[in-house]
Design a protein around this ligand. Structure first.
Ligand code: NAD
Length: 259
């Protein structure tokens, strides 16, 4: 790759990207960013209504798109999603796993059901989507997977009671590294993004100024991230610009984990 190729390095023209959890927040922004970079984009989510609004925004950019309903915690639903996708598209070049939930109950009161929900969606769901899509990518002899982990997979957020969430994201980091090693021989790259605090619907408390102040004080850059600051790094990982990266965890946290 030569330096004169830099603009084309970031292009996703000719690629097909599946964004799971693409109807809101980071997934939504990533879908639109990838469409702007020229990819055809399929948005899959449990919330089909929101996904349709992303679809309308993307088709204005002249790319091919589709909306699929999926519950990532259900293996048969994930398989159905892939079958539906392959009825309209020939390949899946890029997979982004952005479906996720949180539970903010102190560990001693966290119910088994809440624990299972968080682990099933954040960790098992990521595994199921990776597994299903990798089978297609192996046949293609090429593929690129980006998992949304979190800085909470590496550190415990100060003053937050999110044990299931942290555990799930620590799992996503190790899953990413394991799959990267297992699938490198198939020319499939697997990397993770580890954002800090991002202004999206998963964090409704961010709108409360009083709660925000102590958290913002913990962030060296003194602010939360915009979803576009995460989707830009997703584009880097999805593009040829990161061609030698696999098994990496890219932290995008305004410096939170540097202390
Ligand atoms: N916002 C942050 O501060 C932050 C920080 C680090 C990591 N993350 C991670 O980034 C990812 C995206 O989060 P976000 O902030 O955009 O949140 P969000 O709530 O805006 O988006 C999450 C999406 O996942 C979908 N989803 C939930 N359960 C699902 C299921 N069972 N099947 C399919 N889709 C399902 C939701 O409908 C939603 O569209 C998550 O994995 C999250 O843990 C977020």
């Amino acid at each position: 790759m030569t330096r004169s190729n830099i603009p084309s390095m970031f292009s996703l023209k000719g690629k097909t990207a599946l964004i799971v959890g693409g109807s809101s927040g980071i997934g939504r922004e990533t879908a639109i960013t990838f469409a702007e970079a020229g990819a055809d984009v399929i948005v899959a989510d449990i919330n089909e209504e929101n996904a349709k609004s992303v679809y309308h925004e993307m088709t204005k950019l002249g790319i091919k798109s589709k909306v699929l309903k999926v519950d990532v915690a259900d293996a048969s639903s994930v398989e159905q999603m892939i079958n539906d996708l392959l009825s309209s598209f020939d390949s899946i070049d890029i997979l982004v796993n952005s479906a996720g939930i949180n539970s903010r109950v102190p560990a001693e009161n966290l119910s088994e059901e809440d624990w299972d929900n968080v682990i099933d969606i954040n960790l098992k769901g990521t595994f199921l989507c990776c597994k299903c899509v990798a089978k297609i990518m192996m046949k293609q002899k090429e593929g690129n997977i980006i998992n949304l982990a979190s800085m909470s997979g590496m550190i415990v957020n100060k003053d937050r009671t999110i044990s299931a969430y942290c555990s799930s994201k620590g799992g996503v980091i190790m899953l990413t590294k394991s799959l990267a090693v297992e699938w490198a021989k198939y020319n499939i790259r697997v990397n993770a993004l580890a954002p800090g605090y991002v202004m999206t619907p998963i964090n409704p408390w961010m709108r409360d100024r009083q709660i925000n102040k102590p958290t913002i004080d913990l962030i060296p850059m003194q602010r939360f991230a915009e979803p576009s600051e995460i989707s830009a790094t997703a584009l880097f990982l999805a593009s040829g610009a990161s061609s030698y990266m696999t098994g990496s965890v890219l932290t995008v946290d305004g410096g939170y984990t540097s202390y």
